[in-house]
Design a protein around this ligand. Structure first.
Ligand SMILES: C[S@@+](CC[C@H](N)C(=O)[O-])C[C@H]1O[C@@H](n2cnc3c(N)ncnc32)[C@H](O)[C@@H]1O
Length: 312
């Protein structure tokens, strides 16, 4: 049976491309793994299983609830796992705090987990009426409602176009500005209804909700997703051990482009070998059972000691 988009699986989230990730990272006993997006601990528990005995798993997440869940899930390896409520843009500081100078395995499974989409507290979904928040990190100062209330019309339109390629960005931005002059836009339903009224009706018949791109762009802006990924990518070569492997799962073309270009740059500088000429995609069977994975793109690289590289 095909799973519904908003079905919440066991553990609140189904790890995406798990077999491909494990194959590309090829974890071994005794290795140090950094899961930059521990989430519900699906990938992290597979990594823990593979690096124990003797290994270490460092779990990072901005969302304290998800991190707490991952900690419980990885309980059997508690002596060899450490948890950091932090942004992966601060991966270097996390490693310093953990007293670790180099890691063998890095995973970043970007975006949000299924339970975060359905939880009212996050206000991430146009299918669940909730306060328009969208912060994955509750300590961030600015919510989606703040951006909707304050951004000038042009900045709103640019955000929708740049982050989600929303072709109706100007119309949506204009309507937001008109609406907020009479009443603040503070809930997901208000925003979703507003977008649905602006996007021409023929597009409403398509499978995706007309509000999809607006919600995606706002979430990416609130959580500075591209900036954080860029910062992480800038740090990875500095902390990879020779022979270490790094894998990134993106759900957005802008993220995948950043990962692809970073890996090519590392390779040009003789820091790594790219293991995935093309991104690895989920197969039909995974898409049937977990429709949320359909836009996933996995890329991986192996960091090598300079002597291991062929001459240029
Ligand atoms: C797709 S889920 C990861 C799911 C996880 N791989 C699993 O198997 O359960 C993405 C997670 O990354 C976290 N996250 C998003 N951006 C982050 C960032 N910049 N730093 C740390 N965690 C982040 C989210 O809070 C969420 O828990």
């Amino acid at each position: 049976m095909v799973a519904d988009f908003m079905d919440v699986p066991d553990h609140g989230h189904e790890p995406v491309l798990l077999n491909a990730v494990m194959k590309l990272l090829s974890p071994r006993h005794g290795q140090v793994a950094l899961d930059c997006t521990a989430g519900r601990g699906g990938h992290a528990s597979a990594l823990a299983q593979a690096v124990m005995p003797g290994g270490l798993v460092l779990c990072v997440d901005v969302d304290p609830e998800n991190l707490a869940y991952a900690r419980t899930r990885l309980g059997q390896w508690s002596e060899n796992c450490r948890y950091f409520q932090a942004n992966f843009a601060q991966a270097g500081e996390v490693l310093q705090a953990a007293g670790v100078s180099g890691v063998d395995l890095v995973l970043a499974d970007l975006g949000v987990s299924t339970n975060q989409l359905t939880q009212d507290s996050h206000g991430l979904s146009f299918s669940v009426d909730a306060p328009l928040d969208m912060r994955l990190d509750p300590e961030l100062p600015t919510t989606a409602a703040d951006l909707i209330a304050k951004l000038p019309e042009k900045d709103l339109a640019d955000m929708l176009f740049t982050l989600a390629q929303e072709r109706w960005s100007r119309r949506i931005a204009r309507r937001i500005v008109q609406t907020r002059q009479t009443a603040p836009i503070t809930t997901t339903r208000q925003l979703a209804d507003l977008v649905r009224q602006v996007v021409p009706p023929e597009f409403g018949r398509h499978k995706i909700d007309p509000a999809t791109k607006t919600f995606q762009a706002l979430r990416m802006a609130v959580n500075a997703e591209l900036d954080n990924l860029g910062t992480l990518l800038g740090q990875v070569p500095q902390f990879m051990n020779p022979g270490g492997r790094a894998a990134f799962i993106s759900f957005h073309s802008g993220e995948d482009r950043l990962v692809k270009h970073a890996m090519l740059e590392w390779q040009e500088k003789n820091k790594c070998r790219v293991l995935t000429k093309k991104p690895v995609l989920p197969d039909e069977m995974e898409i049937q059972t977990n429709p949320r994975c359909r836009s996933a793109r996995l890329r991986a690289a192996e960091f090598v000691a300079p002597a291991d590289l062929p001459p240029p």
